[in-house]
Write a new protein. Structure first.
Length: 167
């Protein structure tokens, strides 16, 4: 018989599901198609992917300093709130690079999670996050679910581009 599921197992499975959904929604999109906005006032998919990567990087660093892989120079700035209006393709990455960076950051998150005990997950989270995410474990829940907060925006883009249903 297998072992009883622990919090780390549930977080790992949730993160893997989020990664699978985002990857399926993006892997057949061209670099140019990533610059499509799901609706007026929404961020294009390239920005959203970069936001997910830089957010996970920053959140992981906030609870496990030194655990996140280095991102390309200027990556976080090119995917900041100040950059949401930009449609300049030269400021964004291509599909393959985003998916590779996403995978690298998510692998680092899982590696960091695997080193944490239940007691570690119960430790207080970063002070500025505590009103909503009070513990380290809560930060890992946010990391694991954040891609799903954005995934629904990928569907209207896929429909508008005539892409097949993948999930």
């Amino acid at each position: 018989m297998g072992h009883a599921m622990k919090a780390q197992d549930a977080l790992r499975a949730t993160a893997a599901t989020s990664k699978m959904v985002v990857t399926k929604y993006c892997e057949d999109l061209s670099d140019q198609e990533l610059l499509t906005r799901p609706a007026a006032g929404c961020n294009h998919l390239a920005w959203q992917l970069g936001h997910l990567i830089s957010s996970e990087h920053q959140l992981l660093e906030s609870v496990c300093p030194g655990a996140a892989p280095e991102l390309p120079d200027g990556f976080a700035e090119r995917h900041s709130k100040e950059a949401t209006a930009s449609d300049d393709a030269s400021q964004f990455c291509g599909t393959a690079e985003y998916l590779e960076l996403l995978s690298r950051v998510q692998d680092a998150t899982v590696a960091a999670l695997d080193k944490l005990s239940d007691a570690d997950l119960d430790q207080p989270g970063p002070e500025h996050m505590r009103p909503m995410f009070s513990t380290v474990g809560d930060i890992f829940v946010l990391i694991a679910t954040h891609p799903m907060m954005h995934a629904g925006q990928f569907v209207p883009v896929r429909r508008a581009l005539g892409k097949p249903i993948v999930i």
